[in-house]
Design a protein around this ligand. Structure first.
Ligand code: SAH
Length: 525
């Protein structure tokens, strides 16, 4: 990788891993982050796509509500055309690209057209999905080899192409991919060729993802079980003694947020630690940023801001009401070449710990931090500290309530309430959110502010969710603080819980508690 010396395009055939975004390789991730164009399909997981540069072109070749999936021939052609434009193209494939990934066909076509390519292997579902169900594909006492077999062919073709006698005689583990639809004929063939009918079998559906579910039986019982519980593809079928290890090795399901996909509506830059915390608890974050902050561009507003900044050193108080507000304020300072030393005698107030952290990152240590993350919290903190005649500057956003300003004015302060930034709807496409919501594949939706509520409803409409309120009401909704809850209720949303502490951690605790009291795993998983 690194800088290419000419404008020749290149295609990276990258394994995405089985679904958990953390299971892509470091090299695969680097390719993704540097890609100009990413071509992906359903199994490669929409989540990883968000790791690409914001301006990278993302081409979904899987099934869409308004489109059929692209045929392999068309995909091959597309890769050639894209690379010819001199771009760095990543073809992201589920699992490992060389395990039933048709990478051979794509590579052959690229070679034929003289287009350079690299293969970046991935973690195959054949091995990783059993691992997430607590099933090792080999085991000292139970299996010293494993075979990965396609279950995709029709039973007749399967019979022709797979040496069942040999598989039945082998003592190793058998792993069938793409085989759920043919589970009955697979089980029958193996028994006919001599595998005991008591041989343990497991099917693991959507392993490593929020939907992970495991069904265990024997060669004799599994096909009926699959029908009974309507077990659906995609799944890895595991045949062999190793399945018994699950009893002791099972781990993924016991994580507190297992099975929960969480909609994260703030941009990654602001929610990195929240996302990590969700993952650490076994949940699956789905990033769906609904807010973009922009500095004002109209001249009158900029002039107001400049005027206030020129007087900054005569202020007694500088109140920063959000992390974004801090960044915006500092950007304005820089824009007018105002040195931070001008803040030397100004007392700085942070609305909460997160805002405090951001202020500190600019080398400024706030004098006070409100305990309750809200305008009310700031007032509670300041009401005994301010005196009539003092001057305060509140750096906020254009949609903010003016409550704090009014209170401080009542106390006799001179208050400048400065709109240092505004929030807009980000401009991007998401082909998956509508389907995820309608299939009940998003379980938890935490809202961190009133504007995340209103923006989410708006973004969902843009992304073809016809009735966003109904769609969100299929999920459990959590709100940080009363103000956010009020906005959600007014919009018609049902709220599962309002977090007691107005922090991200408080929100996480509220979700954990709710899941513990409401979650019921499927009886057979
Ligand atoms: N190249 C992929 C396999 C592609 S074939 C790999 O290395 O994993 C597609 C099949 O892979 C599916 O039908 C299913 O059998 C299996 N598969 C892929 N991801 C899976 C997942 N997360 N859970 C269960 N099975 C999965």
């Amino acid at each position: 990788m690194g800088e290419r010396s000419n404008a020749e395009g290149i295609v990276y055939l990258v394994g995405a891993g089985p679904g958990d975004a953390g299971l892509i390789t470091v090299k695969g991730m680097r390719c993704l982050e540097e890609a100009d164009i990413v071509v992906y399909d359903r199994l490669a997981g929409p989540r990883l796509i968000q790791m690409a540069k914001p301006d990278a072109v993302k081409i979904y070749v899987g099934k869409r509500p308004d489109h059929h999936a692209m045929k392999q021939g068309q995909i091959n052609q597309l890769l050639v055309e894209l690379a010819r434009t001199g771009k760095r193209v990543v073809r992201l494939k589920g699992g490992d690209p060389c395990v039933f990934g048709r990478v051979g066909e794509e590579a052959a076509v690229l070679k034929q057209h003289g287009i350079p390519y690299e293969i970046v292997p991935g973690v195959t579902s054949a091995v990783a999905v059993p691992a997430y169900a607590g099933i090792p594909v080999t085991h000292r006492d139970r299996a010293s080899s494993f075979s990965v077999i396609t279950g995709h062919e029709t039973p007749e073709r399967l019979e022709e192409r797979v040496d069942w006698d040999e598989l039945a005689r082998a003592t190793g583990t058998l792993l069938f991919l793409m085989g759920v639809g043919h589970i009955r004929s697979i089980a029958e063939q193996l028994m006919r060729c001599g595998r005991s009918q008591d041989t343990p079998v497991a099917l693991v559906r959507y392993g490593t993802r929020a939907e992970q579910a495991t069904l265990v039986g024997t060669l004799a019982t599994i096909a009926d079980e699959v029908e009974r519980v309507e077990f659906r593809a995609p799944a890895v079928i595991i045949v062999g003694e190793v399945v018994l290890e699950r009893e002791v090795m099972k781990w993924a399901e016991s994580r507190p947020l297992f099975g929960q996909r969480v909609l994260v509506t703030r941009a990654r830059a602001q929610s990195e630690s929240f996302i990590r915390a969700i993952e650490a608890l076994g949940g699956e974050p789905y990033e769906y940023p609904v807010i973009e902050t922009k500095l004002p561009s109209d001249a009158a507003r900029l002039a107001d801001i400049e005027e206030a900044l020129y007087e900054i050193s005569s202020m007694d108080w500088l109140i920063l009401t959000s992390a974004n507000g801090v960044h915006a304020f500092m950007d304005h300072m820089k824009r007018v070449k105002m040195d931070v030393r001008k803040l030397a005698s100004v007392r700085i107030v942070a609305v909460g710990p997160k805002t405090r952290e951001i202020i500190e990152s600019y080398g400024l240590i706030p004098d006070y931090t409100a305990e309750q993350f809200s305008q009310e919290g700031v007032f509670e903190l300041l009401k005994d500290k301010v005196s009539a005649g003092e001057r305060a500057l509140i750096a906020t956003a254009d949609l903010a309530r003016r409550w704090l300003r009014d209170q401080l004015q009542n106390e006799g302060l001179e208050v400048i309430d400065l709109d240092t930034y505004h929030t807009v709807l980000p401009d991007y496409e998401d082909y998956h959110i509508a389907e995820l919501l309608l299939e009940n594949s998003i379980q938890l939706v935490p809202f961190t502010s009133s504007s995340t509520v209103t923006h989410t409803l708006e973004m969902l409409k843009r992304h073809r969710v016809e009735d966003p309120v109904e769609a969100l009401n299929r999920t459990a909704i959590f709100c940080i603080g009363e103000q956010t809850a009020k906005t959600a209720l007014e919009a018609g949303l049902k709220i599962a819980a309002v977090s007691e502490a107005s922090t991200m951690d408080g929100l996480l605790q509220a979700m954990l508690q709710w899941v513990q009291s409401h979650h019921q795993a499927a009886a057979w998983s």
